[in-house]
Design a protein around this ligand. Sequence first.
Ligand SMILES: Cc1cc2nc3c(=O)[nH]c(=O)nc-3n(C[C@H](O)[C@H](O)[C@H](O)COP(=O)(O)O)c2cc1C
Length: 233
Amino acid sequence: MDFPNFAPALKGESGKSSFHPLGQEEKNEDWRLFVSLLAKMYNRFDKSNNMIFDLIKKRRSVFPARYIDKEIAKADIEKILEAANWAPTHKKTEPWRFKVLQGESQGKLGLFLSLKYLETEPKPKEFKVKKLMENPKKAGAIIAICMQRDPLESLPEWEEIAATAMAVQNMWLCCTEMGIGCYWSSPGLIKYMDEFFEMNEGEKCLGFFYMGYYEGEISEATRTPIQDKVVWG
Ligand SMILES: Cc1cc2nc3c(=O)[nH]c(=O)nc-3n(C[C@H](O)[C@H](O)[C@H](O)COP(=O)(O)O)c2cc1C
């Protein structure tokens, strides 16, 4: 962008240093332009301050029914995982663990979940069997969200789960910015995931992070007012 030369405006039209901005503002076109540019720059600065807030508000759960058949590049998944790795962590235990499923493994997960549901549910519902089988195949990728308990148990378990959840929020925000739909799925069947994955001692599956590109808009979310959840001292 070419910036106009404001030197005359700052010095006064005559070039003399007798210019008084408040007095001549109405008459001086350059000065008005200068002020409007300053306002625009301020506005842009103000907006950039809002960027993280806007992203947080834009983050949505996007479910498999919305996913389109478009591959998620490995480099993008790596970036999303890298974002997860920057979550805060008490005593630096970094308890988040992830298992990435793509392609055939997604179908295998669907088969495992639907069979496990049939095996453990006294009155299985047909639509649920189908959903458990089909949903994983609709995703561009699925990341199993796991938490590795610190072997020394130097922290209460909730802190390890909280840190893992913060890692998931990082991934969710990263996906939002990259235009990838996603959500955290936590079916009761996750307690059987050690039969599907090789899991370490003290490692627990907390759910699945489904990801997929989508088209169109996501419906607006609502929240009850924050004032109802805050007490000021
Ligand atoms: C820990 C956790 C587990 C969740 N598990 C499920 C789930 O099993 N099934 C589901 O439909 N949504 C699940 N969700 C997503 C919520 O339904 C969703 O976040 C909520 O409806 C708010 O919508 P939003 O994410 O678009 O703001 C989970 C979210 C969190 C944080």
